[in-house]
Design a protein around this ligand. Structure first.
Ligand code: F6R
Length: 261
């Protein structure tokens, strides 16, 4: 795992979008794993700008989102499908048939989860997975005690997550209590993972996830097991990290980061 600390949220989001753009350019048929949430809006805005102003071409890109609420139709403004269309897909030249989210409205949710896993496998697996971390330590909606080998399945959301996301619903009580999410095991199979964490309210959970023990109580800590995971954070989120001198040294000296410094 590498941790890259950028001076502020914009700089962190700029680095994440530059890394994604680099991969899209390198590999037109890239299979991209995507996340939703407030943190990602800034990244998607930047990717849309790269498409508009620098001809970043998504025509052959395939995407798989991490999660979707159960019981919400894709056209509902609170669905993650709606979020993705609004913040990214409608602003770039992606073929919507190549974009995938679990269907939270499926009659047979377990079957939907199996089909989602099969679809990811048929695509050849995820090349690059983008992640955020929730205040409960979740990645996707893998709440505490999610098995580290879990696959796509239905999951009950924690009170912390309901508190985090319900302000986005009108009324807040209408937020679903369950969601379909890729499993921790599914996420760990991505060839590369980029995790973006910003803001001081994430400082405590970030420090536990990155520098604490690997535990199913904090799903994000499982990223320590991934062979190619980069965690990109702003100063506020980095506040409680112990090893920052070394992390800064890596960013300053490793040739991989030269073009981004
Ligand atoms: C959503 C997802 C979640 C979010 C996390 C952070 O698709 O995967 O794990 O990344 O809840 O959300 P924000 O960015 O709203 O703090």
């Amino acid at each position: 795992m590498e941790v890259i600390i950028r001076p502020d949220t914009n700089a962190a989001c700029e680095l994440v979008s530059a890394l994604i753009a680099q991969e899209v350019r390198k590999r037109p048929h890239l299979v991209l794993g995507l996340a939703t949430g407030r943190t990602m809006e800034n990244v998607y805005e930047r990717l849309a700008k790269c498409h508009r102003e620098e001809d970043l071409d998504f025509s052959l890109t395939r995407t798989y989102n991490l999660d979707e609420y159960i019981g919400i139709a894709p056209e509902d403004p609170n669905s993650y499908r709606f979020y993705m269309n609004k913040h990214l897909f409608n602003k770039i030249n992606i073929d919507l048939r190549n974009t995938h989210l679990p269907n939270g409205f499926a009659e047979d949710v377990d079957r939907e989860c199996e089909l989602y896993e099969e679809s990811i496998s048929r695509a050849g697996g995820i090349d690059l997975q983008l992640l955020g971390i929730g205040r409960s330590g979740h990645i996707g909606f893998n709440e505490p005690l999610s098995a580290l080998q879990s696959r796509t399945r239905a999951k009950s959301l924690t009170p912390v997550t309901i508190e985090q996301n319900s302000p986005l619903f009108d009324p807040p009580e209408s937020m679903p209590r369950r969601a379909v999410t890729m499993g921790v095991g599914t996420i760990l199979e991505a060839k590369r993972v980029i995790t973006l964490v910003t803001g001081k309210e994430k400082a405590e959970i970030l420090a536990k996830a990155v520098e604490g023990p690997v535990t199913s109580m904090i799903s994000a800590s499982a990223l320590q097991l991934h062979p190619h995971c980069t965690v990109i954070v702003d100063e506020e989120a980095a506040e409680l990290l112990q090893g920052r001198e070394y992390y800064d040294w890596i960013f300053k000296t490793e040739p991989e980061w030269e073009e981004f410094r």
